[in-house]
Design a protein around this ligand. Structure first.
Ligand SMILES: Cc1cc2nc3c(=O)[nH]c(=O)nc-3n(C[C@H](O)[C@H](O)[C@H](O)COP(=O)(O)O)c2cc1C
Length: 204
């Protein structure tokens, strides 16, 4: 059975958020077109996700080495492992996120920090990092109020960069953009973007 992990990096209401509307549109279309899939949903804002720092780095390292962790290190490491295991267990992953202040939400950065685990998601070689998850398929759903050139954009590019370190190449990207920049066309930009989002879900 295919397992699909849905990650949402926004806790605004669908009424106020375009990336949440995208998440909802993709999820409902996906459920309809993939009724046999097992779906796991994680809203990062509903989780306790401590920042990567000294305690977590020590916990991750000691666990990998089979060493004894302090209670604080063990507590943070358990959270990392929970999310890492969900990510590793998924055949397909959908990540919905907004562009906020020129980049992806900080909580998504923290989540991606958890996925950087040597021998789980990548390995070091003399040629550099080699990703260990080449078979995963990912859909990125992003909304941004302005229109950005491909190279100026720091949310989708940021997330893709991380995924490629893990060896993930099969990435479908759906973007709704410009609805704040062009208020007179805002409704049609969003409506068309949501139609594309629902269509993409059927083919994912
Ligand atoms: C806190 C915040 C910061 C934002 N920063 C930017 C920005 O830097 N550039 C931009 O084009 N739009 C920006 N926007 C607009 C969002 O990109 C837009 O609302 C988009 O739909 C994604 O956010 P949403 O899913 O919460 O609606 C910002 C919106 C918010 C709420």
């Amino acid at each position: 059975m295919t397992t699909t992990l849905f990650i949402q990096a926004n806790n605004r209401s669908a009424e106020h958020s375009v990336s949440v509307k995208m998440y909802d549109a993709f999820l409902s279309s996906y459920k309809e077109s993939h009724p046999k899939d097992s779906i796991v949903e994680v809203n990062l804002f509903h989780e306790q996700l401590p920042y990567l720092g000294a305690t977590m780095i020590a916990g991750n390292y000691k666990f990998a080495q089979g060493m004894t962790l302090t209670p604080e290190e063990a507590a943070e490491h358990r959270i990392v492992r929970k999310h890492l295991e969900l990510f590793l267990a998924a055949d397909k992953i959908v990540i919905a996120f907004p562009l906020w202040n020129l980049t992806a939400p900080a909580i998504l950065h923290t989540y991606l920090d958890y996925m950087h685990q040597p021998r789980k998601t990548f390995k070091y070689t003399t040629e550099g990092l080699v990703g260990l998850l080449p078979d995963k398929k990912v859909a990125l759903l992003n909304a941004r109020g302005g229109v950005y050139g491909e190279h100026d954009e720091l949310a989708v590019n940021f997330v893709k960069k991380h995924l490629r370190v893990f060896g993930i190449q099969d990435i479908t990207t759906i973007v709704i953009e410009g609805h704040n920049q062009y208020p007179d066309r805002s409704q049609s930009i969003i409506a068309e973007g949501l139609r594309n989002t629902a269509l993409a879900a059927k083919e994912f």
